[in-house]
Write a new protein. Structure first.
Length: 351
C-alpha cells in the first residue's frame, strides 16, 4: 500500500541537509582549468551566489539556477511542493521574477512505485502554478535514492539584481522565516516529531520567497540571499566575507520555529549541522550570555527553502518593514543583526 511508504527512509540525507559540506565543496569547485572571461556573465561561480545572472544587453538579465535533493518529508506531494519552492527561491533571492522551470527527477524504480513519483511531480507542478510559471519539461534517471528538484529560469532588471556579496557597513539584517527546519526534519526521520509540529514544518518549507522580487526594487537593499543547506551561519559568512566585512547577530532576536529548542535539548539535529559548524566555527566569536550549545545547533542548522537574509541600509529600513508587514511577515520586522567593519572574527554572536 503506497500510503504506508515513508519516503525519508529511502534517503540518507534530507532536503538541503544532503548538500556537500562547505569545505569539500570548496575543493570540488577550485578546479584546475582556467575559465575564459565572459563579459555578459554578471554573476557566476566565483561569488557562490544563489544563481547565475547573464546580461541580455537590453537592460535586463537572465537568471539561471538549479536545486534538487532527497526527501525531507514522507508525503510525495508535499515533498514535490517543497523541492520546487526551494529551487524557485534562488530566483527570488536575486531580486528576480521566475519565468519557467524544468524538473530534475531521480527515482529508484525497483524500490518505489511510479505512482509516488507522479504525486511528487504533481506537487512540484502545484508550486510552479502558485509561482505563476509552467513546469515545462525535465529529465529523469533511475537512481538509488529518490531525488527531485527544478532548474529555473528567471529575469530581472539590471538595477534590481541583488547579490550576496554587496552588503555595506551599517546595514541592518532581516530574516523572513524562522530557523530550525533541519532539527524538525531530523525529529521526523527518527519518528520523534510531534503531530503539532509537522504542519508547521511543511507550511514553512512550501511558502514561496516571492517577496524577494519586491525587495529587489529597493535600492537600499544592498545584499540578499536565501538560507539553505549551510544554515544561517554559513550564508552570513558568505555575505559578510564576500563583502570584506563582518557581522553581528543578536541571538535573542532570531526567529525560531515552534518546538525546535525542545528538540535541540534532546540533542536532535542533522549530521550536516556538525559539518557546517566544522567549516565555519573558526569565524565565530560568542559574547557572554549566549547559550553556546544551543547556538551550535541552531546557527548552522541546514534550512530547506529557508527565509531570505536581507542587508538593508538605515534609510530603507522603514520601506522594507512596510513590505514585510504588507505581505503578512510583520513578525520578522525586527533586525536580527548588523553588518559591521571587518574584525578578527567574521561573525560575533551577541545576546
Amino acid at each position: 500500500m503506497t500510503h504506508a511508504i515513508r519516503l525519508t527512509q529511502y534517503s540518507h540525507g534530507a532536503g538541503c541537509g544532503c548538500k556537500i559540506a562547505p569545505k569539500t565543496l570548496e575543493t570540488i569547485l577550485k578546479g584546475n582549468i582556467s575559465s575564459p572571461g565572459h563579459g555578459s556573465l554578471l554573476v557566476g561561480n566565483s561569488s557562490r551566489d544563489d544563481a547565475a545572472v547573464y546580461d541580455l544587453g537590453n537592460g535586463t538579465a537572465l537568471i539561471s539556477t538549479t536545486d534538487f535533493f532527497m526527501p525531507i518529508v514522507d508525503d510525495p506531494f508535499d515533498f514535490g511542493r517543497i523541492a520546487a519552492a526551494n529551487a524557485i527561491s534562488d530566483v527570488y533571492a536575486m531580486g528576480g521574477k521566475p519565468l519557467m522551470a524544468v524538473a530534475v527527477l531521480g527515482w529508484p524504480v525497483d524500490k518505489l512505485p511510479a505512482e509516488l513519483a507522479q504525486k511528487m511531480v504533481d506537487g512540484g507542478r502545484a508550486t510552479c502554478e502558485k509561482a505563476g510559471i509552467p513546469l515545462a519539461g525535465g529529465h529523469s534517471i533511475d537512481a538509488q535514492e529518490p531525488l527531485f528538484g527544478l532548474a529555473v529560469t528567471g529575469i530581472v532588471a539590471l538595477e534590481n539584481i541583488k547579490r550576496n556579496d554587496t552588503a555595506k557597513e551599517g546595514d541592518q539584517l532581516f530574516l523572513t522565516k524562522p530557523l530550525g527546519v533541519g532539527v524538525l526534519s531530523t525529529a521526523q526521520k527518527r519518528g520523534l516529531l510531534s503531530a503539532d509540529h509537522l504542519p508547521v514544518m511543511i507550511e514553512q518549507m512550501v511558502a514561496l520567497n516571492d517577496i524577494g522580487e519586491e525587495l529587489g526594487k529597493i535600492k537600499g537593499v544592498n545584499a540578499m540571499t536565501d538560507i539553505t543547506g549551510f544554515g544561517l551561519l554559513g550564508h552570513l559568512v558568505e555575505m559578510a566575507g564576500g563583502s570584506s566585512l563582518s557581522a553581528e547577530i543578536y541571538y535573542n532576536n532570531l526567529p525560531v520555529a515552534a518546538g525546535v529548542k525542545d528538540y535541540i535539548a534532546q540533542r536532535i539535529f542533522p549530521d550536516a549541522t556538525t559539518r557546517n559548524w566544522s567549516s565555519y566555527s573558526q569565524e565565530v566569536k560568542f559574547e557572554k550570555g549566549v547559550n553556546v550549545m544551543e547556538a551550535f545547533t541552531l546557527l548552522p542548522d541546514p534550512q530547506t527553502n529557508g527565509g531570505l537574509l536581507i542587508a538593508v541600509e538605515d534609510g530603507s529600513v522603514n520601506e522594507v518593514v512596510a513590505i514585510l508587514k504588507k505581505n503578512g511577515l510583520g513578525q520578522y520586522s525586527t533586525p536580527i543583526g548588523k553588518i559591521v567593519a571587518k574584525k578578527e572574527k567574521m561573525i560575533e554572536i551577541k545576546s
